[in-house]
Design a protein around this ligand. Structure first.
Ligand code: BGC
Length: 400
């Protein structure tokens, strides 16, 4: 395999992503913390200290900047900022502001995610996203994030993977039978409407207060691939799980594209990957070009006007050489999209750190390893390789 490089456009975001709950540790007022400690929830292990990034965010940023990255996507936690309904913590707002300033000081442009799967316990107790007034409460929290984002934050994500939130709500409503062997459970329609309303309410708040910030949301893209004859079945399957959320981004400043693998669909629905397919630690099929398909599908739904940013892409593996291979294939696919004129504005790998993968620490997605006791960070070879590409402002191409 020969490698050439393609320069990427000016202003291209090049970095890595994290989420508050997955790295901070001790996010004790969140719904997830409670769930993690409820034996009935059947969660493998709790997040506990996670990567202790609540205290060590500066080490994370030092490393990312040293590695060559120019952008860092991280989350702020609603349950820290508003631990009790209507009560906002000045100290937590100041904490996240320090993170924003810390990123800028190191030459990392911050992208701030306002919601990444976790909600405050009080919000869950009053019925979550489908309860009366939920969108307004989210928008009020977003308004209170103003001191964090007002200065120097070019990109804000309102809600991460709303489609997975609707899928998880659907799973719960149906009595939590677990995930099917292929594809995703049916999303809960009421949650879909509620979460789209929350996004639009937050969007309005942000546009009114911060006209210079580019606001969007990030969608999980499963790269549904129709077997011959199953095109309509695939489109019908995909629409409530994906396209409805992409369509809701029309008019936003950008859309986040997040993909890891693919799902084939035949006449009877999703088909599990063959027994002999290479799988990652999450059991997903190893399929590095997923991100290219995801970008092309998102552009096909939204048209060329909405800038696309890859806000998550990566692989859970204990073999870092497979990670480099995966990213090589993925970045070649991104370069192909750029060659074809797609409006791709950035690439953020998932994830900066080995972190809490929603129930377990086993699937290691990180470019940087974290010792669970000392919290010492060690950059993996893939981190140096990817950071080097960011520093050279180039994308690898496979072949001539
Ligand atoms: C989420 C992350 C998660 C990753 C890998 C995305 O669904 O936004 O929080 O860790 O995929 O599963």
């Amino acid at each position: 395999m020969t490698h050439r490089t393609t320069p990427f456009p000016d202003g291209f975001l090049w970095g890595a992503s994290t989420a508050g709950h997955q790295i901070e540790g001790n996010n004790v007022n969140s719904d997830w913390w409670r769930k993690e400690h409820d034996p009935a929830a059947g969660i493998e292990e709790p997040s506990l200290d996670a990567c202790d990034s609540y205290h060590r965010w500066d080490e994370d940023m030092d490393l990312l900047a040293e590695l060559g990255f120019t952008d860092y996507r991280f989350g702020v936690e609603w349950s820290r900022i508003e631990p009790v309904q209507g009560t906002f913590s000045h100290a937590e707002i100041a904490h996240y502001r320090r993170m924003v300033e810390g990123a800028i000081a190191r030459g990392l442009r911050p992208m701030v995610t306002l919601h990444h799967f976790t909600v405050p316990q009080w919000f869950e107790d009053r019925g979550g996203w489908t309860a009366d007034g939920a969108a307004g409460l989210f928008a009020r929290y977003v308004e209170h994030c103003a001191p964090i984002i007002a200065d120097g934050v070019p990109y804000v994500c309102t809600i991460n993977e709303p489609n997975m939130i609707a899928v998880m709500a659907g799973l719960k409503k149906a009595g939590d039978q677990g995930f099917p062997p292929a594809g995703l459970p049916t999303p809960d329609e009421e949650t879909t409407h509620a979460i789209i309303a929350a996004h639009h309410a937050a969007m309005k708040t942000l546009r009114d207060r911060h006209p210079d910030i580019k606001v969007g949301w990030t969608i999980a893209n499963q790269v549904y691939q129709a077997l011959p004859g199953a095109e309509q079945i695939t489109a019908d399957y995909r629409h409530p799980r994906e396209d409805v959320f992409i369509e809701a981004a029309r008019g936003d400043d950008w859309i986040g594209v997040q993909s890891y693998t693919r799902t084939k669909i035949g006449a009877d629905g999703p088909i599990p990957a063959p027994e002999d397919a290479e799988r990652t630690l999450t059991q997903w099929e190893y399929y590095p070009t997923a991100v290219g398909h995801a970008l092309r599908h998102t552009a096909a739904v939204l048209g060329d006007d909405t800038p696309l940013i890859v806000t998550e892409n990566g692989i859970a593996t204990g073999d870092d050489s497979r990670r480099i291979d995966y990213y090589t294939g993925a970045l070649d696919a991104v370069a192909g999209c750029l060659d074809d004129g797609l409006n791709v504005r950035g690439y953020l790998a998932w994830s900066a750190l080995d972190n809490y993968e929603w129930g377990s620490y086993r699937p290691t997605f990180g470019l940087i390893a974290v010792d669970p006791v000392t919290f010492a960070r060690t950059a993996k070879p893939s981190a140096a390789w990817l950071g080097g590409l960011a520093r050279d402002r180039a994308l690898p191409r496979i072949g001539g």
